[in-house]
Design a protein around this ligand. Structure first.
Ligand SMILES: Cc1cc2nc3c(=O)[nH]c(=O)nc-3n(C[C@H](O)[C@H](O)[C@H](O)COP(=O)(O)OP(=O)(O)OC[C@H]3O[C@@H](n4cnc5c(N)ncnc54)[C@H](O)[C@@H]3O)c2cc1C
Length: 427
């Protein structure tokens, strides 16, 4: 049976920019647009902001330095890392407590934070910046006139509605609106990973003894496979995460494993509880656009004229990259940008791009680019790159890494494999 659904929708309100998806990338994009004085609507399907970085319980800024005491990632990522340590617990290492260390250190610049306190801080950032925020509201699909997006259909307690826009930024993490617009995407293959937060009497004692809530929680995992897929059972599927059946299959398998573990320790039932579970699937890579450029491992140590930010490898020391503007847009999409998990990357290059600090920076770049496109009355792919870079530099983003940070040995080995072996592939 086919059911044809038709409903006439009037534009409820017009915005300069709509950002769909309030993860860290979407928050950075919306914040950057609002700071430039343009009107912006941020749609978030959950009840708090932050996406995987809060709702998904991935509450750790991966290293933002080269592993030798030099910071690479600044901009809003640095601001929000520091903010996340203001009202909740923090794990910022001693050399980085007061900013970039003055002496050589191999200790890395990371921060584990309270996900919910940080989420509320993001809400405050958006409200103070003047972002219009709709929670519990899904961006269903873009409304296209030819190849231009003129609005977004939303679904919420108010039913189906339509908001108008001049520019759209898809930060759903899964390229939901880009896919609906027909944009070509690369699909991910996700390993078996699912981790809840446990609270135990031991954890309470650790926190009490140390006076530090960071020591309270422990993890209880369903699938515990890392991003390289080490130990992924051969009979376990790899999920794209892009169908309701796959999402449900992944959740059911994981919940049953967690329950089995709890049953196996039933004798301890008074000594532990699940404190919180991820309220979105912990999929790393679902869909990213085939952008005008893509970040690859073989880009290591290369400079690009169209760089929007320098980033470092979070797993390995030294490796440095410049992210090209074309990773967040395509020439045939005149007014749609993306950022974060759906920015264009290949193989491990996609992993480098999707983690929290770079996701914030590509979000920042997408927001600034959308504003420039409006000001210059041009397509997003034609935004003057130097003007974009200069706005990002004003916002404290490092565009090009300094040559003195490039090591003598420029070989790039990722998880024991050379770049040529992993390009385009998955571990
Ligand atoms: C298992 C795992 C471990 C990780 N470990 C780390 C780590 O230790 N450190 C690190 O820095 N990074 C880590 N990451 C990566 C990091 O968490 C994410 O890649 C990053 O937070 C992505 O941010 P984002 O804003 O691009 O996307 P997301 O966080 O996915 O945000 C997308 C947002 O859009 C919303 N949304 C989705 N669809 C719609 C829609 N149609 N309409 C409206 N809203 C919508 C979602 O609710 C969500 O809030 C890990 C990821 C996973 C899965």
């Amino acid at each position: 049976m086919t059911y044809n659904f038709t409903k006439k929708l009037n534009v409820k309100k017009e915005y300069d920019v709509i950002v769909s998806g309030g993860g860290v990338a979407g928050c950075a994009a919306a914040y950057s647009v609002a700071k430039r004085g343009c009107s912006v609507l941020l749609l978030e399907k959950a009840n708090i902001l932050g996406g995987l970085a809060t709702t998904g319980l991935i509450n750790l800024f991966v290293p933002m330095c080269n592993g030798r005491g030099k910071q690479i990632i600044f901009g809003l990522a640095e601001k929000w890392l520091r903010d996340s340590a203001k009202y909740g617990y923090d794990t910022i290492a001693e050399p980085w407590k007061d900013g970039q260390p003055t002496e050589y250190t191999e200790v890395r610049h990371v921060q584990c934070y309270s996900p919910y306190i940080f989420a509320f801080q993001l809400t405050e950032e958006m409200v103070h910046a003047g972002v219009d925020l709709l929670f519990d509201c899904i961006g269903v699909e873009p409304v296209l006139e030819g190849d231009r997006c003129v609005g977004v259909i939303t679904e919420s307690k108010s039913g189906l509605e339509m908001y108008g826009c001049r520019e759209l930024i898809d930060t759903t993490g899964d390229a939901d609106l880009l896919r609906a617009a027909g944009a070509p995407v690369r699909r991910g293959e996700n390993f078996f990973t699912y981790c809840t937060k446990m609270i135990t009497l031991d954890g309470c004692k650790r926190a009490l003894d140390s006076g530090d809530m960071a020591k309270l929680y422990s993890g209880l995992s369903g699938g515990g496979i890392n991003l390289f897929g080490d130990g992924q059972p051969a009979d376990m599927p790899r999920w794209s995460g892009l169908t309701v059946e796959e999402v449900s299959d992944y959740l059911i398998r994981n919940q049953l494993i967690v329950l089995d573990k709890l049953k196996a320790s039933a004798d301890k039932r008074r000594e532990r509880d699940i404190a919180t579970v991820p309220m979105m699937p912990q999929f790393r890579t679902t869909a990213c656009i085939e952008g005008d450029a893509a970040l690859r491992v073989s880009d290591a140590y290369k400079h690009y004229d169209d760089s929007i930010c320098a980033i470092n490898d979070f797993e390995h020391r030294d490796h440095l990259f410049e992210v090209r503007y074309g990773t967040i847009c395509r020439g045939d999409l005149p007014n749609i940008l993306t950022a974060g998990r759906s920015a264009s990357g290949i193989g491990y290059g996609w992993d480098l791009l999707r983690v929290i600090p770079p996701a914030i920076l590509t979000g920042q770049a997408a927001g600034e680019a959308a504003v420039l496109a409006i000001e210059q009355k041009t397509d997003v792919a034609r935004v003057p790159i130097r003007a974009l870079q200069s706005r990002l530099e004003d916002a404290n983003v490092m565009i090009h890494f300094p040559d003195e940070y490039i090591p003598e040995d420029r070989s790039v080995v990722i998880h024991g494999k050379r770049a040529a072996e992993i390009e385009g592939g998955h571990f």
